[in-house]
Design a protein around this ligand. Structure first.
Ligand code: BES
Ligand code: MN
Ligand code: MN
Length: 462
């Protein structure tokens, strides 16, 4: 494995240019107008697997966007690693806040990335991160260093909830059979503080609609007498948290996994600087559930957040009007043992019960997924930890993060395999925000680290 650094040094410009080409494709799964681009990205991913030396590469149809598959089976008796990632990206808006166009990647230096970072939508989430695996596997295949089997499964609907994936997994369970799943679609604490994500939160995402009168009304003639759905919605939303920022939905916390105090104390050892956190967000104070630290608030506790709210007149100037309808999109991040279907039902019942008789309320569930926790005493975690220790010179810290990758819990159900979340991005890389970027150092460090995971994992399984 010693020559991995040489291989990276002599090929890094090509790696970066290939990633830049992939980042130029606006594969926005949420917007139908980009359907062609999403399919073009799938083709580009297939080609990258072919070029790396994979076999059986295929663009597999699903109900929605296709899954790209490829493998290298060197011996059916050896362990098989399944690499998962996604080639779809979030919409780039608001466009005016990007300092360079989202689909015209450029390398710029930042305070945290003095070697430069690639700025583009999808740079870190997740094109840049799954592409590290393509390049690491290219190295292992081309240099006869692949110690076990590898399968790739790169999907195109992660950012919209992976709706087609459950059926796809069940229909292709034999083809995708594996011993461990390896994903780089999360982050680490800092470039000098490697960490491995051990927990992802679940998700229930809903949209609500509040309807007042049968048409928009003059706010002078009717104001104060007819229901204003925007006022009502605001009040209903405000009632979803109490003054300690606990969520008020009856039954919401019933199944929440309680973390014993000694484990909480262990988790509190992961480095976290509250002042730096506030400074990085430019906020006067943090905000969250009473009785929990900031890392606990995003790591082990469930939440409810309005993601969007609209209705009435939002154009230029003033229009005196009481809208007929008001809307909001709401996400609930869930923790182990909370079932997202059940939480969606509890939310719906409670939200409907909050509505005064003057309005009608409709709750439409969007998508969701269950939370996931990786045990740190597993072969997979230990191999990942040793790999990071080898290339960072430091033992990585286990850390639960707040994001969600709904497919991970399904993987465990279908394959009975654990998932290792070996991410190389930083929280400050602005995923889902304007000016998303991925450090060139992080990209290359990932390519360097991944082959060691294969080596140690295969040794541990022998
Ligand atoms: N890669 C993220 C998830 C993530 C990022 C987890 C950072 C942990 C740390 C993924 O692409 C994502 O954005 N997931 C969505 C869920 C999905 C159903 C839209 C999320 O977490 O909002
Ligand atoms: Mn992602
Ligand atoms: Mn994402």
């Amino acid at each position: 494995m010693k020559d991995i650094n040489n291989y990276i040094n002599s090929n890094k410009d090509r790696f970066i240019n290939e990633l830049i080409d992939l980042l130029k494709i606006p594969s926005i799964s949420a917007d139908k107008a980009y359907a062609k681009d999403v399919l073009e990205a799938a083709k580009a991913v297939k080609k990258s697997l072919d070029d790396a030396g994979c076999d059986n590469t295929e663009i597999c149809e699903t109900k929605g966007y296709p899954v790209v598959y490829g493998d290298k089976i060197i011996d059916p008796n050896l362990p098989t690693v399944l690499v998962y990632g996604h080639y779809d990206v979030q919409p780039p808006d608001p466009m005016n806040l990007w300092t360079s166009p989202p689909f015209e990647p450029v390398i710029k230096k930042t305070e945290l990335h003095p070697d430069g970072a690639i700025f583009a939508r999808g740079a870190c989430d997740d094109k840049g991160q799954f592409f590290m695996h393509v390049k690491a596997v290219e190295y292992m295949i081309q240099n006869d260093e692949l110690p076990c089997n590898v399968k790739f499964m790169i999907e195109g609907e992660e950012e919209v909830g992976s709706d087609s994936l459950e059926d796809f997994l069940k229909e292709n369970s034999e083809k995708l059979k594996n011993d461990i799943i390896l994903i780089s679609d999360t982050g680490m604490i800092a470039n000098d503080t490697p960490s491995i994500t051990t927990g992802l939160r679940g998700l229930s995402y809903v949209e609500v609609e509040v309807t007042g009168a049968n048409r928009d009304l003059h706010s002078g003639i009717y104001g104060g007498a007819a229901p204003n759905p925007i006022n009502v919605l605001a009040k209903m939303i405000a009632q979803l948290h109490d003054e300690d920022n606990h969520i008020t939905i009856p039954g919401f916390y019933d199944k929440v996994q309680v973390i014993p105090d000694d484990e909480r104390a262990e988790m509190a050892k992961a480095p976290f600087n509250l002042e730096a956190y506030k400074k990085s967000l430019d906020i006067g104070d943090v905000h969250g559930e009473k009785g929990y630290s900031t890392p606990e608030r995003f790591g082990i506790r469930p939440t409810l957040d309005v993601n969007g709210i609209w209705g009435g007149y939002t154009g230029e100037g003033a229009k005196t009007v009481i809208a007929s309808k008001a809307y909001a999109k709401i996400s609930m991040r869930l923790v182990p043992n909370q079932d997202w279907h059940e939480i969606t039902d509890l939310f719906t019942k409670h939200f409907e019960s909050l509505a005064p008789k003057s309005v009608k309320v409709k709750v439409s569930p969007h998508h969701g997924g269950q939370a996931y926790v990786t045990p740190i005493d597993s072969d997979g975690y230990q191999a990942a930890s040793k790999a990071m220790e080898t290339t960072f010179g430091k033992n990585p810290v286990p850390q639960r993060t707040g994001g969600s990758i709904p497919i991970v819990a399904l993987f465990e159900n279908v394959f009975d395999s654990k998932t290792i979340l070996l991410g190389f991005g930083l929280d400050s890389d602005a995923i889902h925000s304007p000016n998303e970027h991925f450090g060139v150092w992080n990209f290359l460090k990932g390519i360097e680290t991944i082959p060691y995971f294969y080596k140690y994992y295969t040794e541990m399984k022998a």
